[in-house]
Design a binder for this molecule. Sequence first.
Ligand SMILES: Nc1ncnc2c1ncn2[C@@H]1O[C@H](COP(=O)(O)OP(=O)(O)O)[C@@H](O)[C@H]1O
Ligand SMILES: [Mg+2]
Length: 419
Amino acid sequence: MSNPVIKVENLSKKYILKHKNSEPYTALRDVISNKVKTIANSKSQILNPKSEEFWALNDVSFEIKQGDRVGIIGRNGAGKSTLLKILSRIVTPTKGRITIEGRVASLLEVGTGFHQELSGRENIFLNGSILGMNKNEIKKKFDEIVDFSGVEKFLDTPVKRYSSGMYVRLAFSIAAHLEPDILIVDEVLAVGDADFQKKCLGKMKDVSGQGRTVLFVSHNIAAVQNLCDKGIYLKQGKVQMIGNVEAVLSSYLKASSEIQQIDLADRKDRSGNGIIHFVSVEVKNENNIPMKSLQCGKFGKIRINFNRKNNMPLNNVHFAFGINDEYGQRIAQFNNEITNQLFSDLRVDTIDIIINKVPFRQGIYSFVLFATVNNEIADWIQDAGTFEVEAGDFYNTGKLPPDGQGNIFIEHSFQLIQP
Ligand SMILES: Nc1ncnc2c1ncn2[C@@H]1O[C@H](COP(=O)(O)OP(=O)(O)O)[C@@H](O)[C@H]1O
Ligand SMILES: [Mg+2]
């Protein structure tokens, strides 16, 4: 079970970047140099002085064991897709080598892996045979593939006429159902709708549960965390960190400063007797992974870190977190007095505000932090900071009110009353 099924050794990929120049003189020289290249018809590179070497991957080494679910993360341009393309043998490495045991099915950027002129049906058979399956084996899986993809009506249409959504549905379905030993999925899933994405993540979980290996690139941190047990963090073509997925994600989020952590420890614009001293505020998801923002309609957590003077246990502690819109109008408040949760014998220095369904429209909101102990103001910071809310489908209908119709969403329904 624990042999490496993928071994990557000192893998590097070089691209030559040509700098476009709008001067006609240079354009002409480009044309000539290209002609020379063609005439020379050799692999020796005649480098345009305006071109530059670029290492998309630089000395990357790692091993993946059978059944590993590996999330590959990193900023745009880090080399994630290049790595997946090399592993799928669509791109050849410049240096180093890869060893792969087993059949690989991949879902890469839209446009790879499918034959444009062939129909959906024909592409299912084509992909199956590329994976080394015979006709009967493919036939057995055919209905499942079509069913999962939901493109039944378009099975005999050439895939070049598919929308990108249909394309991804079918491509994913083929890759996931043809029993590959290794399933490689790049960010393309982002093209599909939220329900389909969920279905795909479930399917990838099933696939990995059968002892198959999954490599997954996504910007959706929660999805990576949910699916993967191992993480590889790429930075500018190099492996920055490899290991347990939680640790790798934390390190990535910290480094990419995508975390919303607001430092309050040294703020001077505060009042109160100092029995409580706010230190920082963070936004987290349900698994305590730090997030850049809250998402409308989703679960969210706001974590407040503070110090207690002399570490004393505190009684009758009241926190308030006031939220202002872009015009400075108070639109809501989190407050443990209203929720009847006044704290007594408080001995912790961290408290979470739990929001089951974030009700705010996308945007940037500012907040006020306030704490009293025994009815005396302990700490109070007026303009404590801002937090961001990302757009989300609050009502799960694919619809949200138009702009100018309020920043807060309220769950409701309509009822007809018979006369
Ligand atoms: N065919 C190519 N020619 C030149 N540069 C490329 C090519 N493919 C990718 N790159 C460059 O390589 C780097 C890594 O790209 P990519 O692997 O797509 O990153 P990621 O998927 O992590 O966003 C980027 O800077 C990208 O512009
Ligand atoms: Mg990419």
